[in-house]
Design a protein around this ligand. Structure first.
Ligand code: HPA
Ligand code: ZN
Length: 340
């Protein structure tokens, strides 16, 4: 079956708010970078590597994801990685992207913070000029590491902070609650950084409460397990807290058995500011537009749901109010030109 609203979805401008740049490393580029850097991968070819992308849970994905990032050595590698994503973003009509990078994944291998940062930053700046894609950059702390390690990373980031828009929290969720990073996030807020955190992906609703109350986040990444707690849903609705939902990711990491079981429509029906995002598209089998099309097909989204999701993506973004309003008006204009 095709997606009933495919042409509307393709035409609408979109913001992507939950995208790990290391998660856009396609097997072809991984092999090319390994060769460029004189490294040998433990896979004979891209098909064998792709076949290994058969995950049981978040951790089984993270193990391959961190290993794959090992081919990123030079600033040019980070530039090429980011540029490849931005070209795909352009094809999906993403006009604004808020991108995570995981500095500790690289600094712990002896790659300088600035090497990763400069390569990514330069591609984002070029995309603004050459592709008309605006962006924000979010430095994400690895929650399986200590808070002290996070503080050391924040220190390394200090020379670059004028070009970093916010901080996030990712990696292995279970056993690493947001409260572990309360002092680090307070320090980040004091530096003027916006805060987001992965919570309620595999972890319980209590982790979402902690992200709100102890980290003062302005978005929850994933958050799908919030639906298990009515009081939490009421709170998220009351403060219109955005959730950056990643449907294909949730299926590939076994949060939901299949896309048809995903709770995206329930999140919308509960009045929450849910958005659609791709998370780690090279590993999960679909970029942003595929996530929209898949949900449309498998969940039976209404035309209003589709429009609400793209509008939410701009509302939840860190664009300035006048930029948000301009994109919201463009969404409405496109929707009017695709009548039901
Ligand atoms: N969850 C936690 N950590 C991650 C993810 C995710 O979905 N993607 C990349 N790092
Ligand atoms: Zn993520």
């Amino acid at each position: 079956m095709t997606s009933p609203h495919a042409s509307l979805i393709r035409a609408l401008p979109k913001a992507e708010l939950h995208l790990h740049i290391e998660g856009t490393l396609e097997p072809e580029l991984m092999f090319a970078l390994a060769q460029r850097n004189g490294m040998t991968l433990p896979y004979t070819d891209v098909e064998v590597l792709r076949a290994a992308y058969d995950f049981n849970n978040l951790q089984s994905f993270l193990d391959l994801y961190y290993a794959g990032a090992g081919v990123l050595i030079t600033e040019a590698d980070f530039y090429d990685l980011t540029w490849a994503y931005l070209l795909r973003a352009k094809a999906d009509r993403i006009v604004h992207a808020e991108i995570f990078f995981d500095p500790q994944t690289h600094t712990d291998r002896g790659i300088a913070f600035g090497t990763a940062f400069n390569g990514i930053r330069r591609a984002l700046d070029d995309a603004q000029l050459q592709l008309g894609i605006s962006s924000k950059l979010i430095m994400s702390f690895l929650r399986h590491l200590s808070e002290e390690a996070g503080f050391a990373t924040l220190e390394q980031a200090k020379p670059f902070l004028t070009r970093i828009d916010g901080v996030g929290l990712d990696s292995s969720e279970m056993g690493h609650p947001p409260s572990k990073f309360e002092r680090l996030f307070a320090a980040c807020r004091a530096l003027g950084l916006s805060c987001v955190a992965h919570a309620g992906e595999e972890g319980p609703p209590a982790y979402v409460w902690e992200a709100l109350d102890r980290l003062a986040v302005c978005r929850i990444d994933h958050g799908v397990r919030a639906m298990e707690d009515d009081a939490l849903v009421a709170r998220l609705k009351a403060i219109r807290m955005p959730l950056t939902v990643c449907p294909y990711s949730n299926v590939r990491l076994k949060v939901f058995p299949q896309l048809a079981d995903h709770n995206l429509r329930q999140l919308l029906a509960a009045g929450l500011c849910a958005t659609v995002n791709s998370d780690d598209p090279a590993y999960f089998g679909g970029y942003l537009q595929e996530n929209y099309l898949g949900c449309d097909r498998e969940l039976g989204l209404s035309r209003d749901d589709v429009l609400q999701l793209v509008r939410n993506s701009f509302e939840a973004s860190w664009l300035a109010p006048e930029e948000k309003n301009a994109w919201l008006m463009e969404c409405d204009a496109v929707a009017r030109s695709y009548p039901a």
